[in-house]
Design a protein around this ligand. Structure first.
Ligand code: ZN
Length: 374
């Protein structure tokens, strides 16, 4: 049985209670919980035009809703350490609003209007006092808005994205020239630093169809040059060098987004060099955040822009490895940290094997060849 179908068959047998018995925390979230499970059903359901999977996506949204906690009562408590993830697309209630909007847009019925309104409200509420970063803050809100707008360019989402982009541009540069000074190594990372803001802004530029401001391009090039010249400036823990969240797979993804927005050769070259560094480092687990699924996704993104090079074959190796990871090795069920990424990657692999242009063979010589290539 195909890895996706095996996963979907298993998830179909789970109820709210048996899902709760599997993990102790973050049951509603996109990162760890049921909103992530709903996302993977939506993603593959729309790829395959499968009404059964889209119905399951709605069932998982109901399960996620039943675990969602109410927003903290005051602005002060939102900003406290405990309530901080309230603003997070990955950990907070916005992830659920995001997947509900995707499902409603695919259905194309009257629920779409309601969910656009609900998502816009959720962003307004979650962005108050939020940090600028991707995982817990405004860059995540803009990235999600760009993800939806690219598929369904609604005017209200356009206005929302423009507002978020203006907020993120503040502080991208400091003094008379150049980007904001990097205060600590963590400031550069995709998850919590400058690169996450760059990803959101380049994604918004591509989705909304405008040329990114020059100071964004300058800020990204300076951050990338710093990371490539001094790896510890990006990632002080070398075991995370291969990751999306804190490592060079993250830099590669931003470089591809920059290339899509700018059409320049410089960014795709940055993506190549960052990707090689990520591959050399390897990964600590199977997840999208820190592990092989993240490497695979970055490789597929680079492959789309440099299709004559063997990146796709390397992506397949990573995907095969994710698909064969033992179920008990996964720490959660969600999309960013858990098993819900499996059907999304399996679908990418399958789509590729159905396309006559792409090579899905995995010749053993491909890895040395790649390192010879650069
Ligand atoms: Zn991570």
């Amino acid at each position: 049985m195909h890895a996706s179908d095996r996963y979907f068959a298993e998830m179909r047998t789970l109820t709210r209670e048996s899902f709760r018995a599997r993990q102790a925390h973050s049951l509603a979230s996109l990162g760890f919980g049921a909103a992530g499970v709903a996302f993977s059903h939506w993603y593959v359901g729309t790829q395959r035009s499968d009404p059964g999977l889209l119905a399951e996506a709605r069932r998982w949204l109901e399960i996620a809703e039943s675990f969602a906690s109410p927003p903290p009562p005051s602005r002060r408590s939102r900003q406290s350490a405990r309530a901080f993830p309230f603003s997070s697309l990955v950990y907070g209630p916005l992830g659920l609003a995001f997947v509900k909007l995707l499902v409603a847009c695919s259905a194309g019925d009257s629920s779409r209007e309601r969910q656009i309104e609900a998502f816009t409200q959720a962003v307004r509420s979650c962005s108050r006092g939020a940090p600028s970063e991707l995982v817990q803050g405004i860059a995540g809100h803009l990235f999600a808005t760009a993800f939806v707008y690219r598929r369904w360019p609604d005017r209200r989402l356009g206005e929302l994205g423009d507002r978020l982009a203006r907020r993120l541009m503040v502080g991208l540069e400091g003094g008379s020239s150049g980007p904001m000074p990097v205060r600590s190594p963590a400031d550069l990372t995709l998850a919590h630093g400058l690169l996450g803001r760059h990803l959101a802004l380049f994604s918004w530029a591509s989705a909304a169809g405008f040329q990114p401001p020059r100071r964004l391009t300058t800020a990204f090039r300076e951050a990338a040059a710093l990371a490539l010249a001094n790896p510890a400036a990006l990632c002080p823990h070398p075991e995370y060098d291969g990751s999306l969240c804190n490592g060079f797979a993250g830099l590669a993804i931003v470089a591809v987004a920059a290339h899509e927005a700018l059409g320049d050769e410089n960014s795709i070259e940055t993506a190549r060099v960052a990707m090689l560094r990520a591959l050399k480092a390897g990964s600590i687990d199977a997840s999208l955040c820190c592990g092989r699924a993240g490497l695979a996704l970055a490789l597929m993104r680079v492959a789309a822009q440099a299709s004559e090079e063997p990146w796709r074959d390397l992506a397949h190796l990573q995907i095969e490895s994710v698909l064969s990871t033992h179920p008990e090795a996964w720490s959660s069920e969600g999309l960013v940290h858990g098993r819900a990424v499996i059907p999304c990657l399996a679908e990418l692999l399958k789509g590729c094997s159905e396309s006559p242009q792409s090579s899905c063979e995995l010749p053993p010589a491909v890895i040395p060849n790649l390192f010879i290539y650069r």
